[in-house]
Design a protein around this ligand. Structure first.
Ligand SMILES: Cc1ncc(C[n+]2csc(CCOP(=O)(O)OP(=O)(O)O)c2C)c(N)n1
Ligand SMILES: [Mg+2]
Length: 771
């Protein structure tokens, strides 16, 4: 820790003011001074920033240690930029270009901002929860000997009070309690305002109870020192103050001293007369705005007192828009000061006109050294930014043997073999699953590598000699993090583990398994993980109506479409075990490559006959998104295009139809996602003079320009129907458009038109159209 021996409270207060000024100015500049080419409102949140400049000054210039990592409330992004501007790590150009292309981002972004952002934020709640999983990853790395004690830190989330409505926060703290997480500070900017208005009072005294019952220490920073002292002297006034609702408090803060006086006179009367005499209106307003989250002494004392590893929730009372003309107004969320108001703030801050960007402008000679000393100390603490890539040798992953296999079973066997063979990759794999470890075939891996628990967890069933195929014991050397059924937590765990190289300098290879349809349960968290460039392998299994009797609400139709639209996530859907092995090898490579990405494997429980390969030529195509499983004749009039578990139907139909349809090809698609990306990239390339056709253009150009394609997929048919647009070929798209029916495979394939008859009929129709 780089904490100062004595705290220069005055210097911290100066920095608080400076952050309030610079964040307001940055937003003002973007909205009122920078030229607008399109007339669109630029926006920004001056009130949300002003609400927490004191908290952030106390944190960044006093409390944070060099290993500590922070998720900043999205709408306080400009305060983070102002801090880095003072530290010298943010440029004036980027601030002048706030919310512009290449400028400081609206909300802190790991990937788009140039300053070191520990966690991206924007979708409220997720930035909060990821800190908990990052702390768990830190414990994991320490337990496995990858992180020295001296490199451990604390994970801090700066939270808007309205964020507390996001359910993912409670899912996270319950999971955290199970894993005994520590080293967390969650600091609520308790301004009791949300976007629309003031927040509901009913939950008021409930949040702390919820956290306490999950093992957290709750520290309420309600009053600043001055207000505390004043209220201690006047118990009646204190009791009255504490009955004010959120809306009343906010309104009074907005109205100011005269309103406070009138209200106190009306409601307390004579008993408050002596008190009111002590203050003029201005002093009265200043007194009542002296809440804990704006009082530097209170913040510093509060942070200093929490010097252990107990997870701590700070409830820091604040006023939204503190120090700005719209402080406390319920509509101030997106409020912007007008130029006159801004000029008044500038004058009040002692900043000269024309000197707005000068970092320490107007700070007197006496105060400067103290301020500069705090900045210097903080600079050291904030500079660290590691990205660890390319450190691990990825071995060749052979396909599991077996004439008949399902991709899901093959996945389990590949992991088992990796575990048995050992080595760096196997040691760095960490698996995780929301209570579907066994049913997604991670069981054998877990038998080998064990559950991760900081303290030993015996396998009671094994001790009692009760027969079970599944060992279930935990230790701090275990490599599987078992989660409760909360898919959002799975993705946040993958996000945190997938950033281990960035956060801790050690790359892990996280693998998460879940049921394919339940991707939707954690979709925003998945998007959040990808947005931050976390790297992991997501294995979603089983999938589609191929579940057969299991069917019902477990069927998944649209995940391939989700993957098609999800940047940073590569979808592969293998039909055969050897494809899967190649894809897993590629996925591991992508995790450890700076230009890589995460991978989503959509697998099936259907055991199918494996194909015979005469050589390895399929492999490159399979990794690129597709290959001819049965070569078409040059200029063939038709092809079957199929993906994943329905490949046996495609192969059988190909056998049956090839007499009638000369030169018929069978294209095995392994990734519509990659094919589509390649297609659009090649188009964009052509606009810049590049001539290289994409993989899918090359594949389809083997057919005649007017050829017909029958596409077949156990998913939404739109996953493949777009292929007709590549070269203008006709498409008959087969797939699943309704879900929820149980049945045998034969019945379901017939009902949903995924069987041989459907392929034959579709082929006949499309060839007829051609003729
Ligand atoms: C998941 C999600 N839903 C909605 C929003 C839109 N939104 C942005 S801020 C906000 C409320 C902000 O209130 P609070 O968290 O208390 O922050 P404050 O500005 O008051 O500090 C909302 C609803 C969002 N960013 N993310
Ligand atoms: Mg709020």
């Amino acid at each position: 820790m780089l904490k100062p021996a004595t705290t220069d409270i005055d210097a911290l207060k100066t920095l608080d003011d400076r952050l309030r000024w610079l964040s307001a100015w940055t937003i003002h500049h973007a909205n009122h001074i920078r030229e607008s080419a399109d007339g669109l409102k630029v926006g920004g949140h001056q009130a949300s920033c002003a609400s927490m400049t004191a908290i952030m000054a106390a944190l960044y210039f006093h409390a944070l240690g060099e290993n500590d990592r922070v998720a900043v409330k999205p709408h306080a992004g400009p305060v983070l930029h102002a801090i880095h501007y003072l530290l010298g790590s943010q440029s004036r150009e980027a601030l002048e270009n706030f919310r512009g292309l290449g400028g400081a981002q609206s909300y802190p972004s790991r990937t788009k901002d140039k300053i070191p952002v520990d966690f991206s934020t924007g979708s409220v709640g997720l930035g909060v929860a990821i800190t908990l999983f990052a702390s768990l990853v830190q414990d994991y790395l320490t337990a496995h000997g990858w992180l020295d004690d001296k490199d451990r830190g604390r994970f801090v989330a700066l939270i808007g009070d309205a964020e507390l409505d996001e359910g993912n926060i409670y899912e996270a703290i319950m999971e955290g309690a199970k894993h005994d997480v520590r080293n967390l500070w969650w600091i609520i900017d308790y301004n009791r305002q949300s976007l629309d208005a003031t927040s509901a009072d009913r939950m008021f005294e409930r949040f702390d109870e919820i956290f306490r019952s999950c093992g957290w220490r709750v520290v309420e920073l309600r009053y600043g020192k001055r207000l505390q002292a004043a209220l201690d002297k006047h118990p009646t006034l204190k009791a009255w103050f504490e009955t004010l609702s959120n809306a009343e408090l906010s309104a009074l803060h907005y109205q100011g001293g005269a309103a406070w006086r009138a209200r106190i006179e009306a409601e307390i009367g004579k008993k408050a007369a002596a008190f009111l005499k002590e203050y003029d209106d201005e002093a009265l307003a200043a007194l009542f705005t002296d809440l804990g989250g704006h009082c530097m002494e209170t913040l510093v004392d509060g942070f200093d007192a929490a010097d252990d590893d107990v997870p701590t929730l700070f409830i820091a009372w604040t006023i939204k828009g503190f120090g700005l003309p719209f402080a406390g107004h319920k509509d101030n969320h997106a409020g912007l000061m007008n130029p006159t108001q801004l000029a008044a703030l500038r004058d009040a801050m002692g900043v000269g006109e024309g000197q707005e960007w000068e970092p320490l402008e107007g700070i007197g000679d006496n105060a400067r050294p103290g301020v500069e000393a705090l900045i210097d100390r903080a600079r050291v603490a904030r500079e660290k930014r590691t990205r660890s890539f390319g450190s691990v040798a990825i071995p060749e992953i052979p396909a599991p043997a077996g004439e008949e296999q399902s991709t899901q079973a093959a996945f389990g066997r590949i992991l088992l073999e990796l575990s048995k063979a050992g080595g760096d990759l196997a040691d760095r794999i960490v698996t995780t699953s929301p209570d579907v470890t066994v049913s997604t075939n991670l069981g054998a891996w877990v038998n080998q590598r064990g559950l991760f628990r900081r303290s030993d967890m015996p396998d009671i069933f094994a001790q009692a000699k009760i027969a079970s195929a599944q060992k279930w014991s935990g230790s701090n050397k275990g490599q599987h993090v078992e989660l409760g059924i909360a898919e959002s937590n799975l993705f946040l765990m993958l996000a945190a583990a997938g950033l281990s190289g960035d956060l801790f300098g050690t790359r892990l290879f996280p693998i998460g398994t879940l049921y394919d349809p339940f991707i939707a349960r954690g979709l925003d968290s998945l998007n959040y993980a990808c947005y931050q460039d976390a790297r992991f392998l997501l294995v979603a299994t089983p999938s589609g109506i191929t579940l057969g009797p299991e069917g019902g609400a477990h069927q998944s139709i649209n995940p391939p479409l989700i993957a098609l639209g999800q940047p940073g996530l590569r979808h592969y859907e293998p039909a055969f075990a050897d494809e899967l092995a190649a894809m897993m090898q590629e996925a591991f490579r992508l995790i450890d490559d700076p230009a890589g990405e995460s991978t989503y494997l959509r697998l099936s429980t259907r055991s199918i006959q494996q194909v015979e390969r005469s050589d390895d030529s399929w492999r490159e195509g399979a990794i690129a998104g597709g290959y001819w499983l049965r070569e078409p004749a040059a200029n063939a009039e038709a092809a079957i295009v199929a993906m994943g578990a329905v490949m046996p139907e495609a192969l059988a139909a190909w056998e049956e139809l090839r007499q009638d349809v000369p030169g018929l090809g069978l294209l095995a698609v392994t990734s519509p996602d990659l094919l589509h990306r390649g297609w659009t990239a090649a188009q964009a390339g052509r606009w810049q003079g590049e001539r290289k056709p994409s993989h899918i253009e090359q594949l389809l150009s083997r057919l005649s320009p007017g050829a017909g394609l029958v596409t077949l997929v156990d998913a939404a048919p739109a996953s493949l129907s777009w292929l007709g647009g590549v070269l203008g070929q006709r498409v008959a798209p087969l797939g699943v458009e309704k879900f929820g029916q149980t049945g045998s495979l034969a019945d379901l394939y017939a009902t949903y038109r995924l069987d041989g008859d459907a392929i034959t009929e579709a082929m006949a129709e499309i060839l007829l159209q051609n003729g």
